[in-house]
Design a protein around this ligand. Structure first.
Ligand SMILES: [Fe+2]
Length: 301
């Protein structure tokens, strides 16, 4: 599943956007997450008499999260400070969280589910792991195209799959689209993350929708034959390798470059990120991370 945006360069223009692009602003992300968490707590108070006399500090929301960013932990901390409600975080890969939820069934203690990748959250909804939740605040903050029509999940952030290139290794003017990575002139110069990454799987799905199966197959065949070395476990490794000239061009999520440029990973990565050029196809593949309320959360709304 993928979403087109008309001019992704606008959203990439600032290196201050070092986490995913927020929908539509940082304050609103905080409000959206708060709304999801608060809905669980509010109904716990309404429906469970045992909750009505406990102190705020005894209350908690269990979050199963497939996101892996420190920025989230800051938000949980701020939420706990503001509300006195503790966040108990269970962090794992999206796929293992989904499996765990299925295994736990009605005994699951999960309240809020956060997953990266639109396909993954909509599959979780289709598997009955989420419950519908309507909130005027969420509906106001999250544009219609970024939420489930049945209100089982709401996108919280967007991420653009961009290309990063080393101008000393490749002619950046000849790389305008993902399809250009299959050009034989790039033999031995392309680096990508391994195929099990949902980031890449969604990109391939996006290309099938946009360009058709035959062209996508051709692109993948050509691109894979240009691969310079074994597949990388993460996007940051791809950016470093491109910056160091071990590769000429790679595919990554935009925010990893921004985070490195902002110095979040240290001064070495900051120097490396300055050496790469971000190339954003038009249309670019944009994915989301999203959240919803677990089917068996205390929430009875
Ligand atoms: Fe990521």
């Amino acid at each position: 599943m993928s979403i087109r945006i008309s001019n992704p360069n606008i959203v990439l223009s600032s290196c201050l956007v070092y986490i995913d692009i927020l929908i539509p602003s940082p304050d609103r992300l905080m409000n959206s997450i708060k709304r999801l968490f608060a809905s669980v707590i509010a109904s716990s108070l309404l429906f469970s008499s045992s909750y009505s006399h406990v102190k705020a500090s005894d209350r908690e929301v269990r979050v199963y999260s497939g996101r892996h960013y420190n920025t989230d932990k800051q938000i949980y901390k701020k939420f706990a400070e503001e509300t006195g409600i503790r966040i108990r975080l269970i962090e794992a890969t999206g796929i293992s969280l989904v499996e765990r939820l299925k295994r736990e069934g009605a005994n699951s203690k999960a309240d809020v589910i956060l997953l990266v990748d639109a396909a993954r959250i909509s599959n979780a909804a289709k598997s009955g792991l989420l419950q519908p939740y309507r909130s005027s605040e969420l509906e106001k903050n999250v544009p219609f195209e970024y939420r489930d029509p049945k209100s089982r999940w709401y996108a919280l952030t967007r991420r653009v799959r961009v290309m990063v290139a080393n101008p000393r290794k490749v002619d950046i003017n000849s790389i305008k689209d993902y399809a250009d990575l299959s050009n034989p002139s790039l033999e031995g110069l392309v680096c990508v993350r391994k195929r099990s990454s949902p980031y890449n799987q969604s990109l391939v799905a996006n290309q099938i929708v946009n360009r058709g199966e035959a062209k996508t197959k051709e692109w993948l065949k050509g691109m894979v034959s240009n691969i310079s070395q074994p597949f990388f476990p993460g996007d940051i490794g791809v950016i470093r390798a491109v910056a160091q000239g071990k590769c000429g061009v790679g595919i990554v999520n935009h925010y990893y470059v921004s985070r490195m440029l902002a110095g979040i990973n240290g001064s070495k990565d900051k120097r490396l990120a300055k050496k790469v050029k971000v190339l954003t196809p038009n249309p670019a593949h944009v994915n989301v991370s999203a959240g919803g309320i677990a089917k068996y959360a205390e929430n009875k709304e």
